[in-house]
Design a protein around this ligand. Structure first.
Ligand SMILES: *Cc1c(COP(=O)(O)O)cnc(C)c1O
Length: 235
């Protein structure tokens, strides 16, 4: 089975995003695509880049560093780290990424702030929230979000940009919207709580729930399969 060229699927994904924004009564500038390239080779990232895509999301540190090295000539790529993050990996993430979407512990946030090189400017952070209350999933429980956000907002080398979630899979639109709407409400609460924080990002929506996420106010949708095709089974 051969996948469609990345140029075609990227165009379709952009079209899908624009239609979803229109249906939601939002402007076409209100949300953009993060291309999730985990497990996919650097050659496909280069193809997407050639079509104008600049923001890419990676989940596995070593794999990401290898691809960044291969793509070092593409200097304006913006790299987002979106996978689980352990303390022993924070330094490399602080040095090699512009964004981290998966922060859910103060210890990790403190290390990222301490280890962020001054020359790179603040690291953009989204807090991952467990909106589906599944014990197996990463993310901070909603009830602990305020305390974590208050403390992170004081860290000098981080910019707290917003929230991220990976809800439990659901097939109908109403069930998809429920946890995403919850994340949007949490973000609204944080904006009132922390008026000085640059909280402009709702990182939610993947290949299967983009439309629901856009209806609930997503500003950054993270698409993997829809752009790069199906992934081999998880390694
Ligand atoms: C893999 C992944 C995605 C992309 O998922 P698709 O269903 O392939 O679009 C988005 N966000 C995170 C955090 C991921 O790990």
């Amino acid at each position: 089975m051969s996948d469609a060229p990345v140029s075609d699927s990227l165009k379709r994904a952009q079209q899908r995003l624009i239609e979803a924004l229109e249906n939601a009564g939002r402007s076409s500038q209100d949300a953009h695509l993060l291309a999730v390239s985990k497990t996919k080779p650097a050659t496909l990232i280069r193809e997407a880049y050639a079509c104008g895509q600049r923001e890419f999301g990676e989940n596995y540190l070593q794999e990401a560093l290898d691809k960044q090295a291969e793509l070092a000539d593409l200097q304006d790529i913006v790299w987002h780290f979106i996978g689980p993050l352990q303390s022993n990996k924070t330094r490399a993430v602080a040095e090699h990424f512009s964004w981290v979407h998966s922060v859910d512990r103060i210890k990790i946030a403190r290390r990222l702030s301490e280890q962020r090189p001054d020359a790179l400017g603040p690291l953009n952070i989204c807090l991952q929230v467990n909106v589906s209350a599944e014990s197996s999933k990463a993310g901070i429980p909603p009830g602990e979000l305020d305390a974590l956000a208050d403390e992170i907002a004081t860290l000098p080398n981080l910019h707290l940009r917003g929230l991220m979630a990976i809800p439990a899979p659901a097939t109908d639109l109403a069930s998809q919207r429920q946890p995403l709407g919850h994340l949007r409400n949490l973000q609204e609460g944080l904006r009132q709580r922390l008026p000085d924080a640059p909280l402009d990002t709702l990182s939610m929506g993947m290949s299967d729930d983009l439309e629901a996420a856009i209806l609930e106010g997503a500003t950054l949708v993270r698409l993997g399969t829809a752009i790069f095709g199906a992934r081999e089974s998880h390694r």
